[in-house]
Design a protein around this ligand. Sequence first.
Ligand code: FES
Length: 356
Amino acid sequence: MAQHDGDNLTAAGSTLDTGPASEASAGTSVAVPSGAFENPGMPPHRTRATDLDPKKEKTAERRVGGLFLFSIVASIFAIVAYIIFPITPGNLSSVRINNLFLGVGISLALLSIGLGAIYWAKNLMKDGEWEESRHPTRGSEETRAAAVEVFKVGNEESGFGRRTLIRNSLIGALVVSPLPAVVMFRDLAPAADPVALLKKTVWDKDVRLMRDPSNTPIKASDVTLGSVFHVIPETLADSEDFLEEKAKAAVLLMRLKPEDLHVSPEREDWNYQGIVAYSKICTHVGCPVALAEQHTHHLLCPCHQSQFDISHEAKVIFGPAKRPLPQLPITVDSEGYLIARSDFHEPVGPSFWERS
Ligand code: FES
């Protein structure tokens, strides 16, 4: 199925003619070895049942329309299932059921569109074999006009304009199929005010600082110079949304020499003899800030390399984070265990809400 630059090779279905060897020029001709097989041409055309019987043609049309209509039903099913079986925070089986019905609905919707399109092409669109000669890459005016003609013929042969049931049901299915995604993406936005959501954590006055994950209390004397503790609140286990609350309340605890700490007057009693506690949740997009450099007093977020200086109230010294890590005010109780003086004084985590 080729014609080379309008000279040597002719279209498929005709005899191969390589022309005189002396006329070939490098870069414009295809060298055809002697003894190349002859173009076998097109296989004989087989007429389909839908070409011969108008009743079968109508039945096929109804089947295609039925598949597209079924796609609409499946998309609506996905939306309804997403609403009827909502995801309950902390309940894994609700996630499974929600994903199951949502996945079934969306899969059936897309599968039906695909099957309908294939059935339509196989049974109703014109299926005559035809051949096309190779043209120069740059299209001439005639080529462009021919392309328009091809579209017109395609429209005529597929019956897209004529078969209104198929056309309208396909348009309906394509319009409805993205709706489940729209409903799902809507839920990505916070349902409540993010500032209120991130400002309140499980930390409160007199709540003990506990090691994560052993959940044992920490005495001030346990925290040696340069050591780092991963900390959770003592009352975390009682919270309903354990994982969500832990994600907000995670804290890093470190001890510096008191003379290395540069604190503002209002934070003078937020540390205990050089022991400081900061939110572990990066203020960029919320990764855990878990790498501490003992000698520089820097904390490093591994996600995008933001660095925070603990000796200067965790201010940002490098990277995309725009806000210092929130500090947890701490002291000790009568037994010498570290406790919180209060909750954080500002929202923890990413600062996207500042730009809203
Ligand atoms: S999440 Fe920490 S730097 Fe991006």
